[in-house]
Design a protein around this ligand. Structure first.
Ligand code: FAD
Length: 355
């Protein structure tokens, strides 16, 4: 996860492996495991496999990094030569040929955006850049953009301007505005975790946990024959630096990811307002409410990674109402006065009690 600023006083939520966390069932491993980790997508990945991997640890690393490298070549916003960057540089409304992977991730992102009434929008890049959270160097921008600049950027934003044309053996992306760009940063880590999970499934691995940054996929059981547990950390009060609760989430073979506004933000020096890297596409501005993080549990990491961002735009109250109406499992942390309070949807309860 990239950090513009990290305050010790802000909530820190880390979704990680259970080992060493309070509340987890820690014991001696009864089954052998292979663990690897490394860098990808400007962040990190981790894989734990229970039992053997065909060809062993080196082969696991080789195959996992091949999968991740290929995702970078497809959807990286940071690599000017990736398929996605080439589509972004294609200043034309003519269809642009892409791989099935790129088409799949864009289709899933558009669906998530439609489900959340535009709160998650992968065309929001011009606004992300304008507020200094994108690939445009922040020092070249005014600290807070004016309304004219925001309105001009909004003309280049909108899921209704982006189309995926899927034919027999071919896929194309098309934009209605030649200036439109697609930024898959918010779903890329989830897509990566899903692709690692697919690799494990292809290799016949029954018990694993894979993650790219905070996007996690699990299957089967851990080395102690128990459900995989992921920890949500949150602080007790703003004064209690370093004192954090750790909430164990029993994943039950599901994907889990978190969106937070506590790591990546900047301060508007004029007003003292905290400007989050999460932009509300409806206003063209960073979110300003007091929801500090939302964790989502669901079937795929791409889906949870897209939904958590959209729910962050909505804020905790609206997100909980939305989730309860759809039996969606979410956990929110909100700064209320000087304290951090947690709330969760009905469907989340089952993941907070481990077998
Ligand atoms: P999340 O909290 O999940 O999403 C927030 C991000 O999504 C914002 O930063 C913004 O870009 C975008 N966004 C904001 N509001 C919205 C909204 N309403 N709807 C949709 N999107 C929104 N970083 C590097 O520094 N170097 C690299 O080489 C690099 N390579 C990458 C390669 C790939 C394939 C991907 C997917 C990302 C790469 N990144 C790289 C980016 C980085 O690692 C993170 O993915 C990125 O910073 C967002 O992660 P996050 O968890 O903070 O975002």
């Amino acid at each position: 996860m990239k950090k513009i600023a990290l305050s010790l006083l802000t909530v820190s939520l880390l979704a990680g492996f259970c080992a060493g966390l309070a509340g987890c069932d820690i014991g001696t491993s009864s089954r052998s495991e292979i663990k690897i980790g490394g860098k990808t997508m400007g962040t990190f990945y981790n894989i734990t496999v229970i039992g053997d991997y065909p060809g062993g640890q080196d082969q696991l690393r080789h195959e996992a990094e091949e999968v991740l490298d290929s995702i970078n070549k497809e959807i990286s916003f940071f690599d000017r030569n990736s398929e996605l960057s080439r589509f972004n540089q294609h200043r034309s409304t003519e269809p642009f040929k892409v791989s099935q992977d790129v088409a799949d991730v864009v289709i899933a992102s558009i669906r998530a955006g439609q489900e959340l009434h535009g709160a998650v929008d992968v065309t929001v890049g011009p606004l992300v850049n304008l507020w200094g959270f994108g690939h445009v160097k922040p020092e070249t921008l005014p600290p807070v953009p004016d309304d004219n600049a925001i309105n001009a950027a909004r003309k280049r934003v909108g899921l209704d301007k982006l189309h995926v044309i899927v034919g027999y053996n071919s896929a194309q992306l098309k934009k209605d505005n030649p200036q439109l760009e697609v930024d898959l940063s918010t779903v890329g880590e989830g897509f990566g975790a899903d692709k690692l999970a697919e690799l494990m499934d292809r290799r016949g691995i029954q018990n694993y946990m894979v993650s790219v940054a905070g996007a996690i996929r699990t299957k089967g059981l851990n080395s102690r024959g128990k459900d995989w547990v992921v920890a949500i950390e949150h602080p007790t009060t703003e004064q209690a630096v370093g004192q954090r609760l750790e909430i164990p989430v029993c994943t039950k073979g599901q994907a889990i990811s978190t969106s937070g506004s506590y790591r990546n933000y900047k301060i508007d020096e004029k007003t003292g307002t905290r400007l989050s890297h999460i932009i509300d596409p409806a206003t063209g501005k960073p979110i300003t409410h007091h929801t500090v993080s939302i964790t989502v549990v669901g079937p795929t990491a791409l889906w949870t990674d897209a939904i958590d961002t959209g729910l962050m735009v909505m804020g905790s109250d609206e997100a909980l109402r939305y989730a309860n109406e759809r039996s969606m499992a979410i956990y929110t942390i909100v700064k209320e006065g000087n304290e951090f309070k947690s709330h969760y949807s009905k469907a989340m309860q089952q993941y907070l009690v481990c077998d």
